[in-house]
Design a protein around this ligand. Structure first.
Ligand code: EPU
Length: 423
């Protein structure tokens, strides 16, 4: 298992290019199952999660070919049964269920478990499939869905914490090949959902309203192959912006979509960080002291839960009291106890982290628990005095493409070591 060794205290300077979005790429790769023609997807980030999704597609019978960041998927023939162990290992793989149901009218996919960021139910996905006329059973650890015919319907996907991103994508993908019109109310508005809808339309589907809470899908008989460019990863961009701010740096973030980052940029501003937009570039600069701020995570266009841990690390550096409230995954605070090892003073009170910020951080060995918690620890390590060792960075490799190389290019002293190595 690899670790990162970081010698902190170096302000990040220079420019960094953002990769394609992981959470757009995963359901778009799954959507390629909806056609027997080849699909060419550009800007697929090279991550363990995307490689893993490609393996799942192969196990279903699709051919996949990588050429750099272009992935061609040809699902000439598809099986409806995904390998239990393969699917169980990545929660995002639930998004193969919608395309399998749409194309084959049946899907058997292992039930994704909970994970370290909290319970991860899929009741809304299943409710959507049932509304389309599928019979859905959860049995022997599998979700088994089948339908003689899929029929368009009006359905409501709102849940306890808002809508569901992958649930919305799943229902859209199944409905693309259903008979008649499906109206998804309380649909997730995330840019990743818009990107999936764009890909479906490029394949010949008829989806409108994506990006709003009401999505209309008019079913078509058949979808064809298509080419698609994945949107930039807004969470990777947010992570680099926050890292620049935390180190008092000056970083130009290229290939970003500032319009997807409004809530993050607004909070950075509030925290005393200067952000300038130049087309697809963001220039993030912090010269003065950080200011305390309050942040609440919400579904899009609110502050993203996937940038909460990173923002918590930043606010630990801001003198004063900041409150970070998590409304999407309420127990997503695994990074807090590790940040404490670096000297951060943070207490958890229900869904909120109360941060008494401004204490100097000093390097320590810490353990990554999930993808975004790991990013928070890297940010804190970059800002801390001395050496931080972030263990178990396979979590980071799931969702950040070459993070260490990108940070090194910005001047960070960071290197990857095998655990046997003492560094
Ligand atoms: N929820 C339900 N029932 C469902 C589905 C979700 O109650 O059937 C609840 C969840 O428990 C949560 C909320 O609804 O409280 C939102 O969950 P959502 O379904 O939107 O999450 P997801 O689609 O499984 C995606 C991303 C996550 C990201 C969330 C929220 C992918 C592969 N994953 O998950 O990304 O946090 O949306 O934006 O797209 C990450 O990249 O680190 C990550 C965890």
């Amino acid at each position: 298992m690899d670790s990162f060794l970081i010698r902190g205290g170096v302000p990040l300077r220079g420019d960094v290019a953002i990769s394609g979005g992981k959470n757009a790429a995963l359901p778009i790769m799954a959507a390629a199952l909806l056609t027997d023609e080849p699909c060419v997807i550009r800007g697929v980030p090279d991550l363990s999660d995307t490689r893993f999704m490609a393996d799942i597609l192969k196990s279903l019978g699709a051919e996949t070919k990588w050429e750099g960041e272009t992935l061609t998927i040809h699902a000439r023939k598809v099986r409806g049964y995904a390998d239990y162990e393969l699917v169980r290992r990545m929660r995002g793989s639930i998004c193969i269920a919608g395309p399998l149901l749409g194309r084959l009218r049946k899907a058997r996919v292992s039930l994704p478990g909970g994970c370290v960021i909290g319970a991860r139910p899929i009741n809304l996905h299943l409710k959507g499939f049932e509304a389309l006329g599928a019979e859905v059973r959860v049995e022997e650890g599998y979700v088994k869905a089948s339908a003689r015919a899929l029929k368009g319907a009006t359905l409501f996907l709102g849940g306890r914490a808002g809508s569901t991103v992958l649930g919305t994508a799943n229902v859209m993908m199944a409905a693309a090949l259903a008979d008649g019109v499906t109206i998804i109310e309380s649909a997730a508005c995330e840019p990743e959902v818009v990107d999936v809808a764009a890909f479906l339309n490029e394949m010949g589907a008829n989806v409108s309203g994506a990006g709003s809470p009401t999505i209309t899908v008019t079913g078509v008989e058949k979808l064809h192959g298509a080419e698609h460019q994945i949107i930039p990863d807004r969470i990777e961009a947010a992570t680099f912006a926050i890292a620049a701010a935390a180190t008092g740096g000056d970083v130009t973030i290229r290939n970003a979509r500032p319009d997807h980052l409004r809530a993050v940029l607004d909070k950075l501003n509030e925290a005393g960080v200067a952000v300038a937009e130049r087309g697809a570039c963001l220039v993030v600069r912090r010269a003065g002291t950080l200011k305390a701020s309050d942040v609440t995570t919400l579904p899009y266009a609110g502050f993203p839960t996937d940038a909460q841990a990173q923002m918590t690390a930043l606010l630990a550096l801001a003198p004063g009291i900041s409150i970070v409230t998590e409304r999407v995954f309420e127990s997503r605070f695994m990074h807090v106890s590790e940040l404490a090892r670096l000297g951060a003073d943070i207490e958890i009170e229900g869904p909120s982290a109360i941060i008494k910020g401004g204490r100097p951080l000093s390097g320590a060995p810490v353990m990554a628990s999930d993808l975004r918690a790991s990013a928070a620890l890297v940010i804190a390590g970059l800002a801390a005095r001395g050496v931080t060792r972030v263990n178990r960075i396979y979590h980071l490799d799931r969702g950040y493409e070459k993070m260490d190389a990108k940070l090194r290019k910005l001047g960070a002293e960071i290197r990857r070591v095998r655990n046997a190595e003492r560094g």
